[in-house]
Ligand binder design. Sequence first.
Ligand code: ZN
Length: 412
Amino acid sequence: MGSKLTVNTTRLWNTLMEMGRIGALPHGGCSRSALSEDDMKGRNLFIGWCREAGCEISFDQAGNVYARRPGRDPSRPAVATGSHLDTQPHDGKFDGIYGVLAGLEVIRALNDGNVETQAPIDVICWTNEEGVRWGPPLAGSQAFAGKIDIPTLHKQPTTDGTTVGDDLRKTGFLGTERPGSRALDCFVEAHIEQGPILEAAGKTIGVVTHIIGIRWSIVTLIGMDSHAGTTPMRRRRDALVGASEMITTLNQIARDQDDFARLTVGKIEVSPNSGATIPGKATFVCDLRHPDSAVLDSLEERMHAAMRRIAEERGLKINIERSINIRPLQFAPALIDIVRNTANQLGYSNIDMLSGAGHDAMNVAHVVPTSMIFVPCKDGLSHNEAESALPEDLAAGAHTLLHTMLTRAEIA
Ligand SMILES: [Zn+2]
């Protein structure tokens, strides 16, 4: 009986499309920044659907929303899923939203099959994953993991001149539950891949084993401002030329490493940034990512050494300041196995993969056994209005989620 239980592809798709009408943008995407009016509308739509499906709704002090389908044994910790309903300013209809609404589809499917579980099922909407209107990003899941305390969170200013505490009170999303106090058996987040790997491989399910580690180095080069017409090439101490050579070299080191290494210089400031002056100063951000800490160490060491050598050759002073350092994260091996076995049993082609983006799951993983399920998205595109996914792939992810959760929650 339980193994035949399935999700409703059309219902899941229509639910996603209906949510996408809130904060809709002209090119098919949507914009709902956390605790904005549209985010409230989106959350209330979700809550209404959950209540119709028989769930109990509660909020915590970070405004995280918990929709619970009770289990036969209320003493058991809940088997949880979820993601976020807030978006980037020009986002699609799937990033985060899919994870929340796939959770709702799990509950609807259990209702369709009249299935009672031993453990309760929780669908969680985490507050402010995207960090558009206020910071930090991933705020709700950080609060759940104890990485940010509630007074600090409530003091955060929003771009509308309010504070997060004001907004939570005003919108009625301020609960009394302390984030993290709720016992969870596990947390499994479904998400569109936001990258091209599944689509290119022709696979339906990504069994996510790791989240990549991130390190930022802020590199400042000091040369000398001088006249573009009168300074011979050999006498120049051009900070931008030094930076250019470094960027090319860093990219080569990352390419030579392996398929998992990611190196990006996406931000550079040049001074005085004037057409007729040799730039005497350049500052850039070096964003380095890899799933293995030891490899990250080695890459970082080689990159810093290469930049120091180039600076010396070009007569530049260099300062390298490490800012962000997020360690790579491995999801719970037992849960990863359940996701993979479930996908195999249901007949969905799948591959193990890592996530290059951060997700709420990476915070929850610090306090609860956690894993993720990826589904393909069109052209690997995300944080873009053109973000898209196929109804059958979305349903395959929700179907895999359903049976993964049932394995943990157990049919009563
Ligand atoms: Zn997301």
